[in-house]
Write a new protein. Structure first.
Length: 316
């Protein structure tokens, strides 16, 4: 185990992949509720400890899909109550940032958070992670996954380390002018891009060209708002987190942004860029050490809990 991983004692996972279409909240929650006992047991075996030796129970209180959040919260409440352990609420988006800081070694970056449910440009200022730009409708990951599903490219949406839209785009050559580029100040809008891209496919444009255009426009929009946040905050680091962070094409664009601003780029490895329990546990540890805990009766899930609503008690 490397020095960077000494905090990590267990990493047991179960990944829900729908047989067809997108993620259905009820089916996903059923899958997780069935898998939970097995995963908890596996994690304890990996760590070589009993649950009595654990100091606290952390859980994702939000944001996210309500039925899925309720499964995790219910299990956490039961464990905390039965074993008399403190219950620690964690914001899912904050957890993405904190595990990114831990894994990459970044100290005070502009955070580019790109996932299936969230897209935002964030920076830490005065005890909170402040949002400097975000999607006004759907997230970047949602754009890619929905387009792939509608045109028959997926699931699974990631193949050989690339999103299937990235892979298809590698064969594209032409930019389709009908697909819009939508940046409003430091905010982004992806729904119009999705509609225009699907319309272009129906009109008979080559799928590879549509993928190429969609990818170039969407990633360039992200690069633009990231650059604006760097200019505004004067920070000298950029960190990309979330499932879309794995894209090598996005990395190339962000490298150019970093170079122009004399900043260092950090990309969270795919294993920890996607949703995972380690990020919740690590952030829960930080919060627990800072004295944060919640009563079981107050631990209702928050599907729309924003990252800028969380006091970051463990940072100077």
């Amino acid at each position: 185990m490397s020095d960077d991983d000494k905090f990590l004692y267990a990493d047991a996972r179960a990944t829900y992949v729908p047989e067809k279409g997108g993620i259905h909240p009820r089916e996903a929650s059923r899958y997780l509720s069935v898998k939970a006992p097995e995963i908890i047991g596996e994690a304890l075996d990996q760590a070589k400890i009993g649950i009595e030796e654990i100091d606290a129970i952390a859980f994702s209180q939000g944001p996210g899909l309500g039925p899925v959040l309720r499964v995790g919260a219910s299990i956490a409440r039961a464990l905390a109550y039965y074993f008399n352990k403190p219950l620690v609420p964690v914001n899912h988006a904050v957890a993405h940032i904190e595990i990114g800081l831990k894994i990459t070694g970044a100290r005070d970056p502009v955070v580019v958070y790109l996932s299936g449910g969230n897209s935002a440009v964030i920076a830490y200022i005065d005890k909170r992670y402040r949002i400097f730009g975000e999607t006004l409708d759907i997230a970047l990951g949602n754009l890619l996954d929905t387009f792939a599903r509608e045109v028959g490219l997926g699931p699974p949406y990631v193949a050989e380390g690339l999103h299937v839209v990235d892979k298809c785009a590698s064969r594209g050559k032409e930019i389709i002018e009908e697909i819009p580029y939508v940046v409003k100040g430091q905010d982004l809008s992806f729904s119009g891009i999705l509609t225009a891209a699907l319309r272009a496919v129906k009109k008979g444009y080559a799928l590879s060209d549509v993928c190429y255009t969609l990818r170039e426009i969407a990633y360039s929009m992200v690069a633009e708002v990231s650059e604006r946040c760097l200019s505004h905050t004067k920070k000298r680091e950029i960190m990309v987190v979330g499932g879309v962070a794995a894209s090598p094409i996005l990395r190339e664009k962000m490298e150019r942004v970093a170079e122009r601003h004399g900043s260092e780029l950090f990309i969270v490895p795919p294993k920890y860029a996607v949703d995972n329990g380690v990020m919740i546990a690590w952030t829960g540890l930080l919060a627990h050490k800072a004295g944060l805990r919640i009563r079981i009766e107050d631990s209702i899930v928050k599907p729309r809990w924003r990252v800028d609503e969380v006091d970051i008690l463990w940072r100077d």
